[in-house]
Design a protein around this ligand. Structure first.
Ligand code: ZN
Length: 116
């Protein structure tokens, strides 16, 4: 015969207090303000995108030409080839103004499309 184990503490009917060890106050420096000290977005931008050569990406881009109907209009391309990986060879041309659009983000496709 084994005694049933009581896991649930009961508050009723307990007259004797359990001796509690003194709880030390937490002395860790807490900074409730400034919850976001690093506002740098982790989204890759066109200036910091590290392209892998001969790789397919999904990108977003926007034309930054002032006065263009597509100015600041973010477009996307689900399949974009990085060519040789050189930024100078990775361009998105806005068909409306004929100027180079800025690539905002690039996400490597996983898995890569199979080329025949
Ligand atoms: Zn444009």
């Amino acid at each position: 015969m084994s005694e049933p184990t009581q896991d649930t503490p009961t508050n009723d009917g307990s007259d004797d207090e359990m001796p509690q060890p003194p709880t030390p106050e937490p002395t860790e420096p807490t900074t409730p303000t400034d919850p976001d000290p690093d506002p740098v977005p982790d989204t890759p931008t066109g200036d910091t995108i590290v392209w892998e050569a001969h790789t397919w990406y999904s990108i977003t881009y926007a034309c930054l030409t002032v006065g263009c109907p597509n100015e600041n209009v973010v477009g996307s391309a689900p399949m974009f080839y990085s060519n040789d990986g050189q930024a100078k060879n990775i361009r998105v041309i806005d068909s409306t103004c004929g100027k180079q659009s800025k690539i905002l983000t690039a996400t490597k496709l996983n898995p890569q499309p199979v080329e025949e």
